[in-house]
Design a protein around this ligand. Structure first.
Ligand code: ZN
Length: 335
């Protein structure tokens, strides 16, 4: 794969006990060091205009001043220092690169994956939260639409948390389809089945709040039975994966039990959906807090694009996950 990366993103330092640390990127780079076909690409900082296309001007100014004054605790778990401003612009710029590269035809073994931090999917129109300042995937999606490079974009968010920010930004927008698979009951508590968008965006938001322990079988069933038919109908020009790896079975903060091979199977299925809908495909890093599981899982995504075929999952789907998937199907009128 082509990985978007900038040292600037290491400068956003969050303190010694914060799970969203620069060590995440270092661990990923180490895990990819001996891999065949890994290429690193740098990208420009995002233009202010691109940030302002999805975020409120007053918020952007307040965040800039907060950093210029040395930063501090924005909220209980979101911290900034002076260098966070540039890191946030770099992270958004890398996501833009991934979207543009994908639309320019960078695919197959070259498929783009932006390794930016801070992550983005909790950042709402007018606020930072959940370790996120600028909504990188949202900036990227809106940017390619505004530049006329894509008519519509789908964002599939497989991070274990609901991407409330991405949902918020595009809730009334029919040009960006937002889908989230997340652990029911985790932070930030949004992402219920009945949240399906409104106005022009009615039907362009999909939430699958899976019960703990859903595992590979639950995720794969949700992908093939729910998201795949939805995206075939939506027919996106670009499919961006908001790729967090905190649903991993050894991640310290969740109980979803997705395996490393499971991320490989999800990747393969996402690729098939992109092929089927003739959409460009790119990945944008979100969460993932076990350094080993995060880096192993990204290596797995890379391996799948490099030709590795993960063994088929033959586990049974658990009753509770089946129930959620059937409930979402009923909401979609697909039952
Ligand atoms: Zn997360």
């Amino acid at each position: 794969m082509k990985f978007g990366y900038r040292e600037t993103c290491l400068e956003h330092k969050t303190g010694p006990r914060h799970p969203e640390s620069p060590d995440r990127l270092r661990a990923i780079r180490r895990a990819l060091a001996d891999r065949h076909g890994v290429e690193y690409i740098t990208a420009d900082l995002a233009d202010r205009e691109r940030i302002l296309a999805v975020h409120d001007g007053d918020y952007v100014e307040e965040f800039e001043e907060f950093c210029a004054d040395g930063g501090g605790d924005w909220d209980a778990d979101t911290v900034a220092i002076e260098a966070t401003w540039d890191a946030a612009l770099a992270s958004a710029g890398l996501a833009e690169w991934a979207a543009e590269a994908a639309l320019d035809g960078t695919d197959g073994r070259q498929t783009p994956f932006s390794l930016g931090r801070p992550p983005g999917h909790h950042a709402v129109v007018d606020d930072a939260m959940g370790f996120c300042f600028f909504n990188n995937a949202a900036v990227a999606a809106q940017s390619v639409i505004d530049q006329g490079k894509a008519d519509n974009v789908a964002i599939f968010d497989w991070d274990v948390h609901h991407g409330n920010g991405t949902q918020d930004i595009f809730y009334e927008d029919g040009d960006v389809y937002y889908a989230s698979f997340h652990e029911d009951g985790l932070y930030p508590g949004t992402g219920h089945i009945a949240e399906t968008g409104s106005g022009d965006g009615e039907g362009a938001t999909l939430n699958v709040p899976l019960p703990s322990g859903a595992g590979d079988a639950g995720y794969l069933a949700a992908l093939t039975e729910l998201l795949q038919p939805e995206l075939v109908d939506f027919d996106p020009d670009l499919l961006l994966v908001s790729a967090g790896f905190d649903a991993h079975k050894h991640d310290p903060i969740s109980r979803m039990r997705v395996s490393t091979e499971g991320y490989g199977l999800l990747t393969q299925q996402v690729r098939e959906i992109a092929d089927e809908t003739d959409a460009a495909l790119g990945f944008v890093l979100e969460g993932g807090y076990g350094l080993d599981t995060l880096s192993e899982s990204i290596r797995m995504v890379h391996e799948v694009f490099d030709g590795y075929q993960p063994p088929t999952d033959d586990g049974d789907i658990r009753d509770a996950a089946r129930e959620t998937i059937d409930d979402v199907k009923a909401e979609l009128g697909r039952d």
